[in-house]
Design a protein around this ligand. Structure first.
Ligand SMILES: *Cc1c(COP(=O)(O)O)cnc(C)c1O
Length: 354
């Protein structure tokens, strides 16, 4: 239960919801009416509040801007057929956010700050959760250092916020990716396993180069040798090779994706062989040549499953089997979607009703 007493609420004067075309929502451009804010000061969380979404004053000297002391999460909410709000695995996002916070010298976010804030925000902006097929409410929690101090040291004060945006049907147009042989997203001992802002700033340039040569994204390889497959863009990457679901094992350099974990759990439940292990570029490329790589996809909250249609390596493009032939990834996409919308039994306890 939410102690809404602790959260002050300032409602928007006029809702903007009438301006939104729910049949045609661009990803991440329109935010719901309200946002949740909590401040960490003098060692404690204070001033929990919900205010109208919009610009807010910030000091220009904060480390969240200068030094990337900034972390975020991404999760999704849905409506079930009886109009209840369902959120997919929010406690896992909360736990992961605290791992990111540790790595970035930021305070732990208590469960109540994260969950009660989310609950209060969803209560208020419930009508912003789209019901149209393929659409959902994207939920973005984030935290950044707010000390007014230009020197480099861990911030003592921080701001935690949640904003939400209705997002449209993610047209799962298959993606073209290239295996990255020069640039690096993450390195052992670095921050790759954290959802830390700087990781994404650094990945824009290699992604742009890939896009300039006709790909949508890169497949990241390890920073030392570029011999091992790691992730794809901002998604985990998974393959069906022969009859086995294979994905790189977790470590410092790989983000522990909640979609990745959900896909692995479903595959195991269905009796499919799964392997979390090192996967070399050599094994993958040989498999692509032989035709043993049956399916390849990115796994992440935004797309759920992004089918990979083509993989580029060493100036050669390798096409994968057509999307309609991909039994596993199509089935897992459908099942996850049905669970998230409350259309099928949630046997793993992934759904939280709000
Ligand atoms: C967020 C993210 C993922 C996917 O995680 P989910 O919990 O499935 O959304 C994968 N890789 C990177 C680098 C990410 O930032």
């Amino acid at each position: 239960m939410v102690d809404t007493q602790k959260i002050s609420i300032e409602r928007i004067a006029n809702s903007r919801i009438g301006e939104v075309d729910f049949e045609n929502i661009p990803f991440g451009r329109i935010c719901s009416d309200h946002m949740y804010v909590a401040d960490f000061k003098n060692g404690e969380w204070t001033d929990q509040r919900i205010i109208p979404y919009g610009p807010m004053p910030l000091s220009p000297s904060i480390p969240g801007i200068h030094y990337g002391q900034s972390i975020f999460e991404g999760l999704k909410g849905y409506k079930d057929p009886s109009d209840r709000a369902l959120v997919f695995r929010p406690a896992d996002n909360w736990k992961r956010m605290n791992k990111s916070a540790d790595r970035m010298c930021m305070p732990q976010i208590p469960r109540e700050i994260f969950m009660d804030g989310l609950q209060a925000l969803i209560n208020l902006d419930r009508k912003w959760i789209p019901k149209t097929e393929g659409s959902s409410l994207y939920i973005r929690p984030f935290m950044f250092g707010t000390d007014e101090y230009v020197g480099i040291r861990p911030s003592d004060s921080h701001r935690f916020m949640i904003i939400t945006c209705p997002v449209g049907a993610y047209y799962s147009t298959p993606v073209k990716v290239k295996i990255e042989q020069k640039y690096t997203r993450a390195i052992e001992g670095g921050t790759g396993y954290a959802k830390a802002g700087g990781n994404y700033g650094g990945s824009l340039y290699p992604a742009k180069l890939a896009q300039d040569s006709g790909y949508h994204q890169v497949i990241w390889t390890d920073g030392k040798t570029h011999e091992f497959i790691e992730e794809s863009g901002t998604m985990n990457v998974m393959f069906v090779i022969n009859d086995t679901l294979i994905t790189p094992e977790l470590g410092d350099t790989i983000l522990n994706g909640i979609t990745r974990d959900s896909v692995l759990q479903l595959a195991r439940k269905w009796g499919m062989k799964t392997e979390e292990r090192k996967l070399t570029v050599k094994e993958l490329v040989e498999g692509l040549k032989k035709g043993s790589v049956k399916e390849a996809f990115g796994a992440g909250t935004a797309a759920t499953i992004a089918h990979i249609e083509l993989i580029g390596y060493d100036d050669e493009d390798y096409y994968l089997p057509s999307i309609t032939e991909r039994k596993f990834s199509n089935r897992v996409y459908k099942e996850l979607d049905a669970i998230k919308r409350g259309l099928t039994e949630d046997s793993f306890g992934w759904i939280q009703k709000f």
